[in-house]
Design a protein around this ligand. Structure first.
Ligand SMILES: Cc1cc2nc3c(=O)[nH]c(=O)nc-3n(C[C@H](O)[C@H](O)[C@H](O)COP(=O)(O)OP(=O)(O)OC[C@H]3O[C@@H](n4cnc5c(N)ncnc54)[C@H](O)[C@@H]3O)c2cc1C
Length: 860
């Protein structure tokens, strides 16, 4: 065993071996994988080996597609077969709602380069004759599904990595990790200590314990999971003989069941409601190649539905039930990337579908380690997406919820209840008393909308407009016509101070920094000129003679942004960053009467001249020390007021009392988002993401190429000089009773190819190409739509929706999204259609915001 390497990968499951292979492929060959026992000694060896591409997050779906594409490559390099069966598969819908969900998934596939197809239950039965098709209303076919040999695949990765020069050390447990002053690591193992620049946690079932070695509690938990294998079945053999094909994979939403052919019988697995965590606090180090005791009672309700839906399987004898543990994060997606607050400590764990995701995880992480950036939009699996609130008990509750709903639909207006309330502001009880329907915003209870008195404050979940539609409309109209107040504690807030603060921010941000008492809006881009942040920055008066900036951003991105800030912080201590989290909370008042209201609560002049649009001031509001921004996300006259939590109830009470004479209302996050739509304002993680350049994102006026050299300036200047390929635009949609939710395809009657139909997934990312694969289903073998359903006569899919909804004040259904730049200013009617729940609705680009296009109201 070497005593010094560039990187140590801990864990020889499918994920560790994939990371090792991708690091070696990227040119880091001085690397070592250390495995406690033999390869596949965690969950990898007893996996059912299924793979598929579909994922709720289109970016993760693309990485899953890459994983499937990779198997041929590692087989060739290693000489080891993965026993790949690319059979194709179907997802079965038993209700119209589930069919709507499949329509949505299929529509997304139009610009993701996927060949999915909506088919009838009878067509599905023709490929999996054991089902009773009368239980279903429809299905979606995906040719890129199948199964493989889990151990063979893990070994193929490891052999391929070794061929490229990587070292693998078996039967050697990592017992401790200690960081050196220079940021490198001493990896203490049973066989001695290895010094490494980088450490990667691929510990699978023990990832949590490895995190604890460095003082981090990762939000990951193992769950018991069961699947059964039947005896050989004559129906299966007969199907194979008569068609010359293997039976396909089937996913049954209703039963939370997956099933497929395995040898001459079938395999059937369930995600049962009465699910059970395994080793909820500590994972035993002596757990090896073992299985857990099957518990047939636990999966009996799922099996009952399964046997009803697939009567062919009920008749078969059960040969074996496998029960094994594997890990999940709160949302079922992996935890990948550098851990904020630590140097050179990386994660690739909580990979619940190692054979669908392992390749993509390995590629993204190796890019990140070797080139400093994952090269893709990996937010959906970034380890930074959960905050400190996701501790052991929170994780336990959320993972169980996620597991038991693995194949359930999550409606766009659906808030999940587990582990709530976690964090609350001092106004929580007041908001409940006001009949607020609360939502979870990065672990914080936040009012979404206010149900009318006497009605139950509860969402009726739906893909269509629901019971919040009327009340949100009332909140919007009252705010726009009079004045409204809302909680904004769920924004991210930071203070950057010190003698180097201004230079630091000028280096990170695309806009110039404000003068004392002023505010700017500014995106942040990475070296590749891609959007990685969007902030409001105010310059406060100096403290002890040092500059001080207040920064507001997206709450969900707090760890993501702190990681970036810390990476670029000068080493000389000239800049300090403080993340407030919930030690600073806020209220926003908006509407034409908001100034009159605020004037009653302050002792300074806040007339238009004295306190201008985009001014920042520290002042007492209702007697409480506050910071006030003259800006609101509603796009109206308004203010954001920030205070310590101890003052929030006081300020709220003062606002409500002073606002009574103006007819003040409470409004929630949904009304706020509706109002931003009619101003064409973008949102972070929807319109603005690391796959778009700032000019593509139509953020032109915030990009000052002529100012100092900022990170990503060169790439941004190039984008500007060449002209963006895409543009973010706003649409007015002729919708019926459902508005866009995000990810819908945008059709245009253009008759020509704009070459940008596939959503950008990364920069320099490998394209997903299944052309060389032999698909053994029926439909795809016949060649599913050669152009992936993106052309229909003169109509073509030219873009995708990022978000939208109903803009209540202007009474229009609106959508934002990306289209080729050449089409971005064409407001003609009849040019665009947006596909909502399978129906193409006429849509028209709306260059100027429909509410207050001149911005006069907010500047008043
Ligand atoms: C019953 C069942 C069915 C499944 N079906 C599927 C399926 O159909 N498709 C699919 O994609 N996935 C499936 N999975 C999930 C799949 O098994 C996991 O996604 C995958 O195995 C995760 O791999 P990993 O490398 O992250 O973790 P693991 O396989 O757990 O590997 C971690 C490795 O790290 C080693 N290790 C840990 N700590 C240390 C240490 N301190 N020092 C040295 N070594 C250490 C362990 O010994 C282990 O070998 C299934 C899982 C189960 C249980």
């Amino acid at each position: 065993m070497k005593s010094h390497v560039k990187a140590v990968v801990i864990g020889g499951g499918v994920v560790g071996c994939s990371v090792l292979y991708h690091l070696a492929k990227a040119g880091w060959t001085d690397i070592m994988l250390i495995e406690r026992s033999e390869l596949t000694s965690g969950s990898s060896w007893h996996a059912a080996g299924g793979f598929h591409t579909l994922n709720g997050d289109p970016n993760v779906a693309k990485l899953q597609a890459y994983t499937v594409q990779l198997y041929k490559e590692i087989e060739e390099l290693s000489g080891q077969s993965c026993s790949l069966h690319l059979t194709g598969g179907v997802m079965m819908a038993d209700t119209p709602e589930r069919m709507d969900f499949l329509r949505l998934a299929h529509a997304k596939g139009r610009y993701l380069g996927m060949d999915t197809e909506l088919i009838t239950p009878s067509e599905a039965k023709a490929m999996f004759p054991l089902m009773d098709e009368t239980n279903f209303v429809g299905a979606m076919w995906d040719p890129v599904e199948g199964h493989l040999d889990p151990s063979g695949t893990t070994i193929a990765y490891s052999k391929a990595a070794k061929k490229l020069g990587a070292e693998i050390v078996l039967r050697n447990r990592v017992v401790d990790l200690t960081q050196q002053p220079d940021g490198t690591w001493n990896v203490v193992t049973e066989q001695g200590t290895v010094h490494a620049e980088h450490v990667v946690n691929c510990g699978g079932l023990w990832a949590r314990e490895i995190g604890r070695m460095v003082g981090v509690e990762l939000p990951v938990l193992a769950m018991e999971h069961m699947y059964l294998l039947t005896e050989p079945m004559p129906e299966v053999e007969e199907f194979n003989k008569s068609t010359g094909r293997e039976m396909i994979g089937v996913l049954d939403f209703k039963g939370e069941i997956y099933t497929r052919q395995e040898r001459n019988g079938v395999l059937l697995g369930t995600y049962e409601k009465a699910c059970k965590p395994w080793s909820p606090v500590n994972t035993p180090w002596d757990f090896g190649h073992e299985l857990l005791q099957p518990d047939i009672d636990r999966i009996a309700p799922s099996l009952e539905i399964g046997f009803k839906h697939f009567p062919g399987i009920e008749k078969a004898g059960i040969k074996q039930i496998i029960n094994g543990p594997f890990t999940f994060a709160l949302d079922g997606n992996p935890l990948v990337g550098p851990v904020q607050g630590l140097t050179n400590f990386w994660c690739a764990c909580a990979v619940m579908a190692g054979f669908s995701q392992g390749g993509g995880v390995g590629l993204a992480l190796s890019n990140w380690m070797v080139h400093g950036d994952p090269g893709f939009d990996v937010w959906g699996m970034d380890v930074a997406r959960f905050g400190e609130w996701a501790g052991l008990r929170y994780t336990n509750a959320k993972v169980r919820e996620n597991y038991s709903r693995r194949f359930s639909i999550r409606f766009p207006n659906e808030e999940l209840p587990a582990a709530r309330p976690a964090q609350t502001t001092p106004l929580y009880d007041t908001m409940l008393a006001n009949n607020a329907v609360m939502g979870d915003s990065w672990g914080l209870e936040t009012p979404l909308w206010f149900a009318p008195k006497g009605t139950e404050p509860k969402d009726i979940v739906s893909f269509h407009r629901s019971n919040d539609f009327g009340p949100i409309g009332d909140e919007v109209r009252a705010t726009r016509d009079r004045v409204g107040v809302t909680e904004i504690a769920n924004f991210a807030k930071y203070e950057v101070s010190g003698p180097g603060a201004e230079d630091f921010l000028n280096r990170l941000m695309t806009n110039r920094m404000p003068k004392v008492g002023r505010i700017v809006l500014t995106p942040m881009v990475n070296e590749f000129g891609k959007l990685i942040g969007d902030f409001t920055i105010a310059k406060a008066g100096p403290r002890n003679g040092e500059d001080r900036f207040m920064i507001w951003g997206s709450s969900a991105a707090q760890k993501y942004h702190m990681r970036w800030f810390e990476k670029h912080l000068p080493k000389d201590g000239s800049v300090r960053i403080h993340r407030f989290d919930q030690t600073l909370v806020g209220l926003s008042i908006a509407g034409p009467k908001s100034r009159d209201l605020l004037q009653k609560l302050v002792d300074v002049d806040i007339s238009t001249k004295a306190f201008r649009f985009m001014d920042f001031r520290e002042m007492a509001v209702g007697g409480a020390p506050c910071m006030v921004n003259r800006i609101t996300y509603t796009g109206d006259l308004g203010y954001e007021i920030w205070m310590a939590p101890a003052y929030q109830r006081l300020v709220y009470k003062e606002i409500k009392e002073a606002g009574a004479e103006f007819g003040i209302v409470d409004f929630g996050m949904r009304a706020l988002l509706s109002m931003r739509l009619e101003k064409n304002f973008p949102t972070w993680f929807r319109e603005l993401r690391p796959i778009y350049g700032p000019f593509e994102g139509s953020m032109d006026r915030f990009i000052k190429l002529e100012k100092n050299d900022f990170i990503g300036r060169e790439a941004s200047a190039k984008e500007h000089a060449e002209g963006p390929k895409l543009r973010r635009v706003s649409f007015i949609v002729d919708a019926a009773d459902a508005d866009v939710m995000g990810d819908e395809p945008i059709w245009a009657k253009v008759g020509k190819d704009y070459g940008t139909v596939e959503k950008p997934h990364g920069y320099g990312a490998p394209r997903f190409d299944t052309s060389g694969m032999e698909v053994r289903g029926s439909k795809a073998a016949e060649g599913a739509s050669a152009v992936r359903g993106i052309v229909d006569g003169d109509w073509r899919v030219v873009g995708w929706v990022t978000s939208g909804g109903y803009a209540h004040y202007v009474q229009k259904s609106m959508a934002q999204g990306y289209v080729p730049a050449a089409l971005a200013e064409d407001e003609s009617a009849g040019l665009f259609e947006i596909e909502i729940l399978g129906h193409r609705r006429p849509a028209r680009i709306n260059v100027e915001p429909p509410f207050d296009p001149s911005g006069e109201k907010m500047r008043t």
